[in-house]
Write a protein that binds this ligand. Structure first.
Ligand code: IMP
Length: 181
């Protein structure tokens, strides 16, 4: 597939992403074999990764979805999180894995975990496709499963958007700054 003209650089190709999902799926299979985990996709960014990760997990599981807001149309987290669509599953006593697209400030996830912990799951872990490494910044949450680390740049594709665009790119790339500045 040819590169989209708004993309400056590809950080993870389709093949690399497939290998990441396989590796993380194998780890989760190993850790949750008899636990019937509930895997939760945070809409909308994590959906593409969620679909690949779920198919790489080879033990029984159930799925649910949440939609939380933090960004609006810009490129920085607002720091407040609104739950727009909540789980349909009672998570008390369940082994829950939150599947995230990317951990940037981690504020969205940190707030979400606070809410979910009050519902008394048996365990609560994060599987993040990406962690953004920001110099001098220690994020408030630490995913148990991480696909890859990226530098502090705004990335799109493989579920991630800028103003709702580019989610369908099959690779992960850095957006040209002139597109959003
Ligand atoms: P945080 O609260 O700063 O960790 O932001 C979390 C959410 O912001 C992620 O789940 C993404 O949906 C979005 N986000 C953060 N960084 C990027 C990026 O580089 N590109 C696209 N979306 C991003």
């Amino acid at each position: 597939m040819s590169m989209h003209p708004d993309i400056e650089q590809v950080l993870f190709s389709e093949d690399e992403i497939a290998a990441i999902a396989k590796r993380m799926g194998a780890q989760i299979t190993e850790d949750y074999r008899d636990k019937n985990p509930l895997i939760v996709a945070t809409l909308r960014g994590a959906v593409v990764f969620f679909a690949d990760l779920a198919r790489a997990i080879e033990c029984p599981l159930t799925m649910d979805f949440m939609r939380v807001y933090s960004y609006g149309a810009g490129t920085k987290s607002s720091g407040t999180v609104t739950i727009d669509t909540d789980l349909r599953t009672d998570i008390e006593g369940r082994h829950v894995i939150i599947v995230e697209d990317i951990l940037d400030s981690g504020l969205t996830l940190s707030k979400l975990l606070d809410v979910l912990r009050e519902r008394k799951p048996a365990s609560l872990e994060i599987a993040a496709f990406l962690v953004k490494d920001i110099e001098g910044y220690e994020p408030p949450v630490h995913p148990r499963y991480v696909g890859g680390h990226i530098p502090d740049a705004f990335v799109v594709g493989y579920g991630l958007d800028y103003a709702e665009r580019y989610r369908n790119l099959p690779y992960l790339g850095v957006l040209k700054p002139e597109v959003y500045s």
